[in-house]
Ligand binder design. Structure first.
Ligand code: ATP
Length: 309
């Protein structure tokens, strides 16, 4: 409602399907003008959460709001700022891509043919707009789904696995396109995905859920700060043996990376300490660096190895 309201806010939201607690007292906020990734292993509750926003799923409790407007109290107003696309968007397959957009536009207020032209251009389907959707590839249908969600110039785009079934090139194209919309148009994008490397590359922030609960959130760069517990060391000459390790209980594991490089896992965040021990034991270290986490490693470290990602 105000310029200071989060684009999306969930407050203590829960949803149960019989005995399954799909969403469990979930609270978070997505700031405007960001691309925020929504991650979690299979069955974590991502789709259930996303589908509450266009009211496809009724929450068991809690509050959801878009730019300060409560979705269950004032749906018409709230949904005006939102564009949503689901995992496998459905279309009238025998109609053209353009006709599908025109039909969807007819349900909204004031979408001009010019706006449809612009969207087709933006999603890279201008050339194929007069082909029937039946002959579109998976990637083209995903892009058409995003285009449909963009009708009416929403300020918040909610996308459930928008790159599902797309090849790496198409995925890159779609995510760069969304990134561009965030940068140029100030759009907020909330996107669920299993593609952690893409989330890492394109998103500003990330929310991770597991068993319906929030387990991590923050800026991608912050979450992926190098951790000092895993340290990669390159040696000149001999490398540490079992004897060295047995004298240092704080070294939990050593794994060879290549002939002269090994990776140490430490019990504490202290690569300087490791360096000192190695020097004192007479090893020649030519390079030593805490390992940069990938989002996938971070994700697995907090959710366990349950994801198929
Ligand atoms: P995925 O990444 O596999 O799509 P997800 O994180 O989107 O998973 P959800 O689809 O939200 O997870 O499912 C969360 C839990 O709720 C799962 O255990 C799922 O089986 C269950 N669930 C979802 N929808 C229903 C439903 N309509 N009826 C019964 N159970 C459901």
């Amino acid at each position: 409602m105000t310029g200071h309201s989060p684009a999306l806010a969930l407050e203590d939201v829960s949803k149960r399907f019989g005995r399954i607690q799909a969403v469990n007292h979930l609270s978070f906020e997505v700031e405007p003008g960001q691309m925020c990734g929504f991650l979690g292993p299979n069955g974590a509750g991502k789709s259930t959460t996303l589908y509450m926003i266009p009211r496809l799923v009724r929450p068991g409790g809690g509050r959801l709001s878009v730019f300060g407007v409560d979705i269950w109290k004032d749906y018409k107003k709230a949904i005006r700022s939102v564009g949503v696309t689901v995992e496998s968007p459905a279309f009238y397959e025998y109609l053209t891509g353009r006709k599908n957009l025109e039909l969807a536009a007819s349900l909204l207020d004031k979408v001009s043919p010019r706006e449809i032209d612009q969207i087709l251009e933006r999603i890279g389907l201008a050339e194929r707009q007069h082909d029937r959707v039946r002959v579109y590839s998976t990637g083209m249908k995903q892009r058409l789904g995003i285009g449909r969600a963009m009708l009416g110039r929403p300020r918040l785009l909610i996308l459930d696995e928008p790159t599902n079934g797309m090849d790496p090139e198409g995925t890159n194209e779609v995510l760069s396109f969304l990134r561009e919309q965030v940068r140029k148009e100030g759009l907020t994008v909330f996107v669920s995905s299993h593609l952690m490397s893409e989330i890492e590359e394109f998103c500003d922030t990330v929310l991770v859920i597991d068993q319906g609960r929030l387990v991590a959130s923050g800026r991608v760069k912050e979450l992926l700060k190098p951790h000092e517990r895993i340290v990669r060391v390159t040696f000149q000459g001999r490398i540490p043996d079992g004897d060295f390790l047995s004298r240092h209980g704080e070294i939990l594991r050593v794994e060879p990376v290549s002939g002269d490089t090994v990776e140490f896992t430490l019990a504490r965040d202290d690569s300087a300490w490791l360096n000192q021990c190695l020097q004192q034991a007479g090893f020649t270290v030519s390079a030593l660096a805490p390992k940069q986490k990938t989002l996938k490693e971070f994700f697995l470290s907090i959710t366990g190895d349950k994801s198929h990602a």
